[in-house]
Write a protein that binds this ligand. Structure first.
Ligand code: BG6
Length: 510
């Protein structure tokens, strides 16, 4: 019986496809950092909890601070206790921690890599053969080239009879030119097939569901084009502020932080042509094609196609919040945007002329990530006045988070003796349809990196295509050093200026 049939009969069989993952050493650079503590270490625990990890897994944490295996294990235990999506099982956690060790050192110190090599060779010897190696760069971006170069120079970029992979977190560069330099640095020592660039949105179940919805259903394809779609809104609203991340965010801003990667990925998955196979390069070829069809705005178009703003003091969920300029670590006259909205066009046969409106911001009214596809109105309404007045164009809304699901709005007759119509929703909710908790994006992505499946990772040409869209907007904003940055109250739906992008329609309610 083939695996697919088995999986249909027994959902637990899903785990079986993971068995062939070879024994792996996962080396985390920046293992004491925020991302590792909040996301990576808990994700590894959850994979262990589900029995998904390879039979033999070794975890090496690397960071600059002096520490010991024991102290790092304690750190991992605390991270898992605090941030795991499920309460840890003591036996599973203890078992995992037995295979955890710590190596301290400066990322630019060749001695670190000699010591790392000794540890890796000892693991191979103990195992009785070469073990796959995954180097996870959970560090500040300036260390990416430092670490990939040092790994290369130490000969740790390849191993006989084992796979070596490197996982790189975002941001890859801060504009097109620097992204190219970073890609070149990584490619000097690693082959593209060894490099796994993370965009954690691609690991989200609901983002993968955009592809399931489009390519596993005949229903949507006939209207998924310029003949039927009027416009699309993509929202990634957050209620949190910049928190303790001003050091990074001041040099980034909303456009680089969320639009260049997560939001444009959503746009690519929504608009790309169907890949012939759900396989890394076929899928990424399609994404690159559609990203290249997005014409970057000319410098003189930026003002009418992009809006930036900063949050002012306000109230979010009943709590008073400071404005961006009062946040710790933010420059007194910072011009960093905490909100960005764009209008983009995908200039190809399928989408020419359809506006795609994107908006993201911190300290907005609530956390919401969704894609709303609004269809054109029906060509003729034949009902009487009361009937006609409640008719709205159909909308397909894909909610990425929270309340993950899909809803389709339909015009329906209100029960009664009159022909009165109003929109109703046909809904699918993850929670009720599958009755199971989705894994965290990082669980899926760590597993895929260990498996060597790059489908949900960003290829070098894709990263560059993403930056090419954003670059002119960054340049125009950089060049304008004097016009005031619009403000929006924390807890609101964003700046009024963003309404002007919309060609007469309105942003969906947050
Ligand atoms: C990160 C950004 O990539 O994504 C953060 O750097 C942002 O600023 C986060 O808060 C949002 O991710 P999620 O999964 O909470 O939507």
């Amino acid at each position: 019986m083939d695996l697919e049939r088995l999986a249909l009969e027994n959902p637990l069989i899903d785990g079986l496809e993971r068995l062939p993952v070879r024994s792996t050493v996962l080396v985390i650079f920046g293992a004491m950092g925020d991302l590792a503590s909040r996301k990576l270490l808990p994700a590894i625990y959850n994979l262990a909890h589900e029995g998904s990890l390879p039979e033999r897994i070794e975890l090496i944490g690397i960071s600059r601070g002096e520490s010991s295996d024991e102290r790092f294990r304690q750190h991992m235990r605390e991270s898992v206790d605090r941030f795991s999506r499920r309460r840890p099982n003591v036996d599973v956690l203890d078992g995992l921690l037995e295979n955890v060790r710590y190596v301290s050192g400066s990322f630019d110190d060749p001695d670190l890599y000699s010591r790392l090599r000794e540890v890796l060779e000892a693991i191979d010897a103990d195992f009785g053969g070469p073990v796959n190696r995954v180097f996870y760069l959970s560090t500040a971006p300036e260390f990416f080239p430092v670490i990939t170069t040092a790994l290369g120079e130490a000969g740790l970029n390849v191993a006989e009879d084992a796979d070596v992979r490197v996982v790189i977190e975002k941001p890859i560069g801060y504009d097109l030119a620097s992204a190219r330099i970073q890609n070149e640095a990584a490619l000097r020592h690693f082959d593209e097939s060894q490099i796994f660039r993370i965009d954690h949105y691609l690991g989200k179940e609901t983002v993968q569901n955009v592809m399931a919805l489009r390519f596993a259903n005949a229903l949507f394809e006939p209207f998924w084009n310029r003949n039927f779609v009027d416009h699309v809104q993509i929202t990634a609203a957050e209620d949190i502020g910049v928190g303790t991340r001003a050091g990074y965010y001041e040099g980034s801003g909303a456009l680089r932080d969320l639009v260049q990667n997560h939001m444009l990925q959503l746009l690519a998955l929504l608009t790309m042509e169907p890949p012939t196979a759900f396989e890394a390069n076929r899928l990424r070829d399609e994404k690159v094609k559609v990203l290249e069809a997005i014409v970057p705005p000319r410098l003189d178009e930026v003002a009418s196609m992009a809006v930036r703003a900063q949050y002012a003091p306000g109230v979010v969920s009943g709590v008073e919040c400071a404005g961006y300029l009062e946040e710790p670590g933010v420059a007194e006259r910072s011009r960093t945007e905490t909100y960005a909205a764009l209008k983009l066009y995908v200039s190809n046969w399928r989408w020419a002329g359809v506006p795609f409106y994107l908006r993201t911001g911190k300290r907005l009214a609530r956390k919401l990530t969704e894609i709303a596809v609004t269809l054109r109105p029906v060509p003729h309404l034949a009902f009487n006045t009361t009937g006609n007045s409640g008719v709205q164009p159909n909308q397909v809304v894909l909610t990425v988070q929270p309340d993950e699901g899909v809803s389709v709005s339909l015009g329906a007759k209100i029960p009664g003796t009159k022909m009165a119509i109003r929109p109703v929703n046909m809904e699918f909710h993850y929670g009720t349809s599958f009755m199971s908790e989705s894994p965290e994006a990082y669980e899926r992505l760590i597993m895929d990196a260990m498996r060597g499946d790059a489908t949900l990772f960003t290829r070098n040409d894709e990263v560059e295509a993403l930056w090419a869209i954003i670059d002119p907007i960054l340049a125009a904003w950089r060049a304008d050093e004097s016009s005031p940055i619009p403000q929006y109250a924390a807890g609101s739906a964003g700046p009024n200026a963003a309404d002007e992008l919309l060609d007469g329609c309105a942003w969906r309610r947050l």
